[in-house]
Write a protein that binds this ligand. Sequence first.
Ligand code: AMP
Ligand code: ZN
Ligand code: FE
Ligand code: FE
Length: 278
Amino acid sequence: MRIDLHTHSRVSDGTDTPEELVAAALASRLDVVALTDHDTFDGLASAEAAGRELGISVLGGIEISAQRRGRSVHLLGYRPDRQDPALGEELRRVRAARSGRVPQMLAALAGLGIVVDTEVLARIVGASPSVGRPHLADALVAQGVVADRNEAFARYFDDDGPAFVPRYSIDLPLAIDLVHDAGGVAVLAHPWGRGRRADLPESYIEYLVENHGLDGIEAAHQDHDPATTVELQALAARLGLLATGSSDYHGTGKTGHPLGVHLTAPAVLEELLGRLGN
Ligand code: AMP
Ligand code: ZN
Ligand code: FE
Ligand code: FE
């Protein structure tokens, strides 16, 4: 069984439609794929329909923009009730903040002499309800300002970059509680990737398990080197956490993240499904 529990479609900042993503998952010989777009469930119905048509299992999920002490951390929620009012309200707030600061980032870019073509940006955004830095990065790629998203982040959009504008995101313990209250399973995404280890030390992960019932941590991920993955697997074993693995696929939007590059063990998925309250 090949199980990939973290992917993005163009409903957030991937480049495949949900249907294309599911077809690509099948072509990558996956048996189970979770669609976990940033802060929105909008792609799930299409992905599930495609899964039924193509004969591949699609797990409905979400990647929630959360924060600890003002630093961005991501929480994966698996199969929460999509109609849950409290979760829905917080997600609307996050999306509004994410998209709402785009004009400020455009102004910051203009201050640097870079004028983003609004038609180019609109084409890239499409129908996404969750517009963020990756969309602006893609616009700069389309206009030939940078070669790829990585260069756009390195030059302009990283958290200390000249066009970065901070935004509201959900306190991590609250995000976990919201996922649980909606009947879902909560897994910390890439907890020790991209310098996040200092934000999410072992003692804090233990606190989240004891006080908020955190269910799991993503251990195998492109942002973790092999030694870090092994450490996270050991931590998961010690704390009784699910240790997942995933590609964090973004289509052509992120290099080095092909579908299935990291996988979740079948026994872990089985336990995850067993923990679902819905
Ligand atoms: P935002 O939600 O607008 O603050 O943008 C954050 C998103 O940008 C993350 O969820 C990632 O998908 C993406 N991202 C962050 N850093 C990079 C990077 N260096 N290269 C490509 N994508 C990135
Ligand atoms: Zn993303
Ligand atoms: Fe993430
Ligand atoms: Fe992701």
